[in-house]
Design a protein around this ligand. Structure first.
Ligand code: KG4
Ligand code: ZN
Length: 336
């Protein structure tokens, strides 16, 4: 099945042409063309994504990105396409609609079926993109700018939500901590870079930030208390090094994510641990969770770094492997 996937749920206008096929044991994906037009520079002065600007940029970029995809293909898009897939939610409503309307129009013009995809399923199925031999039950940790969700997966389209954040998403906490330290948006990669500088500093030099809900006995998360602790610390210690604050913040956030995911894995007898979403680009988080999972003989999976943050390749994978959703804006009706 050859799918043109379109993703506009936040601040990336992304499109990909992906050939999807089912191997005997695992699905296979071959990316024929992919483009991500990032709006980071547009939103940076505002330290976050401005929905009306995101909408304007998507409308401007969608036809340009489609042309780029066509140029990248060494065959004619129109004749080799089987279906068009588009993210229907969750995400920023004005941004989502630009993609949905563009996809609807294109599907009608080319007379191709249109598939509605859940953005979070996109993150989940990004783990299957490159030949992963994932075994069930699996624990899935989705950590992005908008979501922090833990799932238990018992089959390809079969899952149960174990917990989620009660306030800020993990990525949002990285972004806000970065802002407090005067680091640019998006904050996650900046905090990671600063934290790297503090590597090798002695553990006792790290600031003991709180580990919210570490012992809550459930699989929910909370990051707003951690964010506030950083705020007060920075206010009271203007001389503190950014690197030490970032390393301490990152360590606190990672400890909660890893310990709770590992507890879930052990309680569920998980065979695999899957990490995904923008924050999964964080090397310290990837390596920490990998070490813990593998020490318990649990297979660890995380997509290639560039498929952690928003992209359309993962939307094609979810269209092929995941659920189909209406494209009439029924965004509340999602399974996660
Ligand atoms: O999945 P994503 O691209 O968009 C949403 O669906 O939200 O995630 C974006 C989030 C941002 O909060 C960004 O700061 C965070 O992922 N992020 C990171 C890193 N790279 C991106 N957080 C921590 N470390 C990183 N290296
Ligand atoms: Zn995302």
């Amino acid at each position: 099945m050859k799918i043109l996937a379109i993703e506009t749920s936040c601040d990336e206008t992304a499109m990909a042409f992906v050939e999807c096929e089912s191997g005997k044991i695992k699905p296979r994906f071959s990316v024929k063309a992919e483009v991500v037009a990032s709006q980071i520079e547009v939103h940076r002065p505002f330290h976050g994504v401005v929905p009306s600007l995101a909408k304007r940029e998507h409308i401007k970029n969608l036809p340009i990105v489609l042309d780029q995809i066509k140029k990248l293909l060494n065959f004619k898009l129109e004749t080799s396409l089987d279906a068009i897939a588009v993210t229907v939610g969750p995400g920023l409503e004005p941004a989502l609609w630009t993609g949905i309307n563009f996809a609807k129009d294109l599907a009608e013009r080319l007379n191709k079926p249109l598939m509605g995809v859940n953005h979070l399923e996109g993150h989940i199925y990004s783990n299957w993109l490159f030949g992963a031999s994932i075994r069930f039950p699996a624990i899935v940790l989705i950590v992005s700018g908008g979501h922090t969700v833990m799932l238990r997966m018992d089959g390809m389209r079969q899952w149960e939500k174990l917990g989620e954040t009660q306030d800020d998403a993990a990525g949002e906490a990285f972004d806000k901590a970065a802002k407090m330290l005067g680091l640019p948006y998006p904050g996650g990669p900046e905090v990671e870079k600063e934290a790297e500088k503090a590597r090798g500093e002695r553990a006792e030099e790290l600031i003991p930030f709180p580990r919210p809900m570490l012992h809550s006995g459930d699989y929910n998360f909370s990051f707003s208390g951690l964010k506030t602790a950083v705020l007060y610390f920075v206010r009271d210690h203007p001389e503190a090094s950014k690197a030490a604050v970032c390393a301490s913040f990152q360590e606190a956030a990672i400890e909660v994510l890893v310990k709770k995911a590992m507890r879930a894995a052990e309680e569920c007898g998980a065979e695999s641990m899957l990490l995904c979403g923008g924050v999964a680009a964080n090397k310290a988080l990837r390596e920490n969770l990998r070490l813990h999972a593998e020490s318990k003989n649990i297979r660890f999976f995380v997509p290639d770094t560039r498929y952690n943050t928003d992209n359309a390749v993962m939307i094609a994978a979810a269209a092929y492997l995941g659920n189909q959703y209406p494209t009439d804006g029924a965004q509340g009706n999602l399974n996660i």
